[in-house]
Design a protein around this ligand. Sequence first.
Ligand SMILES: Cc1cc2nc3c(=O)[nH]c(=O)nc-3n(C[C@H](O)[C@H](O)[C@H](O)COP(=O)(O)OP(=O)(O)OC[C@H]3O[C@@H](n4cnc5c(N)ncnc54)[C@H](O)[C@@H]3O)c2cc1C
Length: 338
Amino acid sequence: MNIEQNKPLKNLNTFGIASVAKYYVAVDSEDKIKELLNDPVFKNSKRIILGGGSNVLFTKDFDGLVVHVLNKGKTVKEDGELIYVNAKAGEIWTDFVEYCVENNYCGVENLVDIPGTVGATPIQNVGAYGVETKDVFHELEAINIQTREIEKFTLTECKFGYRDSIFKNELKDKYIITSVTYKLASKPKLNTSYGDIQKKLEERVKDKNYSIKDVYEIVSEIRGEKLPDPKDLGNAGSFFKNPIVSRDVLASLQQKYPEIPSFDVDDQSVKIPAAWFLDNAGWKGKKTGNVGSYEKQPIIIVNFGNAAGDEIFAFSEEIINDIKEKYGVQLEREVNVY
Ligand SMILES: Cc1cc2nc3c(=O)[nH]c(=O)nc-3n(C[C@H](O)[C@H](O)[C@H](O)COP(=O)(O)OP(=O)(O)OC[C@H]3O[C@@H](n4cnc5c(N)ncnc54)[C@H](O)[C@@H]3O)c2cc1C
């Protein structure tokens, strides 16, 4: 196996953090992954499984092995109005979305422009604009690091939650996902309820005959206006999850902040946008050295140039402590910290 030593990670994470990994290996097939599992470097090292590096924060050099998953390929099976598209883990997610839209497979068009790989989408049940991975997920295949066997996981077995799955909890670091199968539809069932999608569709498509591509283009446009491109400003998308709190906590916050937004989760709990807390507490656009909160979307922490990972972590810690002190609410990081 071609295991490199002292590998710079700066170009392998969208924050652009200049950490170095003691070992690095790129694997582009299941066979290579299986071969790697027998390698003494793999057996004797701590590991990070890496896709596009768009949801990670390296806070120091990594004294272990980075396994970069790069296997590619897609297969399609049609079953009536259902289209099952299997994509290897190393496929670039945005290419996959584009492929589905071009072929009129409906279901992932709202998830356009999310950086990273197919293999990472189930890890945090990637979601945007009213759609989550779980809504279109059929099954995945993953190699069990302990037994070296390939196993399948169904929708229920993945235990998807809000930016969460079994792979962030009890099975953390135990599997390498090798492919994911999505269940898409040949007849468009568009999800246009979120944000300005419906409004923009009405403005643009006068005959109201909305297509998958219309939704794809509108979501891409809205994202382009709001989110920083990691090529210009290092970032990992939303740094924090939206906190889920009890209705009692919401009621007490409402006494002081009647305008506080919230969304029902279930009978007992609601979700409050983390952005509201950061905005209200004065973090929006705030900068310390090379790190700051993005002016158009405060829950995105950006690297204004050559910030170290631990500076970004310290900035996020300051935010978490401040929000806890001011509102009694605990923010949780969405980004995977190493
Ligand atoms: C500008 C920007 C916008 C974003 N917008 C969104 C958004 O709208 N919604 C959203 O949910 N996320 C968003 N993200 C976050 C990120 O793009 C997603 O979480 C994405 O799925 C991460 O993919 P990745 O391949 O880069 O994963 P990485 O960052 O490489 O890895 C993320 C985690 O998954 C694990 N992992 C990756 N691949 C595998 C594998 N094959 N097997 C096992 N474990 C694996 C890693 O170990 C790590 O813990 C955004 C990020 C950026 C930079």
